[in-house]
Design a protein around this ligand. Structure first.
Ligand code: ADP
Ligand code: MG
Length: 256
């Protein structure tokens, strides 16, 4: 088991009124190398789940474990990609990718530099290693952020709507690129998205949440064979599943 949340709740105190119940009794396990997508209406606690798994904040109750160990603080074997690339503007793209290593005051060895360049090649930025973030488009910056999350070859990759700021074409391209990376170096992925087709294209299992209090209302095993491609989305079964899930998400929204 790579990830497990057992009876996890998260309340946020407010200056006025009762605390917000962001998550209520979440039970979720993710197997090693499984690709899980989290979907649900805005505000249902998807980012909160990722922040708990990343060790960025504690749960109010319940237990969060990574590889069987209670989650207490951020770990080196977890890579995170946020919705925005959050690159440091004064560093080159290569040094942004290497930033997690420097941040931990670890030595940037020639092997790590090579790994950074290899990852930049994988995400199509080999020619931009020396560039500054401002010289890259939003999509290119997000690719750099993905390379940065991968530089320590983490066992677990947490992605919070990583493609949502991209245009539709770049978005599909990035999704397929992510599948290639995942096939080449298997990882446990927890991927938050608003897009049902994206969840279906990428994941082994889709977790559907309802809003306030955030709960898991449904889990769907995605049956499509791998490797997947844009042709996967043309399968009529793909559309049927997407519609079925969409109805489920809307009814979850209506209940909230
Ligand atoms: P999602 O990512 O699904 O849109 P979030 O996990 O960001 O949802 O938020 C879930 C709920 O928790 C929301 O109601 C949000 O307002 C609340 N929330 C999230 N982070 C905080 C915080 N740091 N302080 C107070 N409330 C928060
Ligand atoms: Mg969010």
């Amino acid at each position: 088991m790579a990830v497990s949340l057992a009876g996890v709740s998260k309340h946020f105190e407010r200056a006025r009124g009762a605390p917000v119940v962001a998550l209520d009794d979440i039970n979720l396990t993710v197997l090693r190398h499984e690709f899980v997508a989290l979907i649900g209406p805005s505000g249902c606690g998807k980012s909160t789940i990722l922040r708990l798994l990343a060790g960025l904040m504690p749960a109010t109750s319940g237990s969060t474990a990574i590889f069987g160990y209670p989650m207490e603080k951020p770990r080196d074997d977890i890579g995170i990609v946020f919705q925005r690339p959050t690159l440091l503007p004064w560093l080159s793209i290569r040094n942004n990718v290497l930033f997690p290593i420097r941040h931990k005051r670890r030595m940037v060895t020639p092997a790590l530099k090579q790994e950074a360049d290899r990852l930049l090649e994988v995400v199509g930025l080999a020619d931009f290693a020396e560039s500054r973030p401002s010289e890259l488009s939003g999509g290119m910056q997000q690719r750099a952020a993905i390379a940065r999350a991968l530089v320590q070859n983490p066992d677990i990759l947490l992605m919070d709507e990583p493609f949502s700021a991209l245009d539709a074409l770049t978005r599909d391209e990035m999704a397929l690129e992510l599948l290639r990376i995942w096939a080449e170096r298997p990882k446990t992925v927890v991927f938050v998205t608003h897009s049902i087709p994206e969840a279906l294209l990428l994941s082994d299992r889709i977790i559907v949440m309802s809003a306030r209090p955030g709960r898991i209302v449904r889990q769907i095993n995605v049956p499509f064979a791998r490797p997947r491609s844009l042709a996967t989305m043309e399968d009529p079964a793909f559309n049927n599943m997407a519609n079925d899930i969409r109805r489920g998400v809307f009814s979850a929204e209506a209940r909230a």
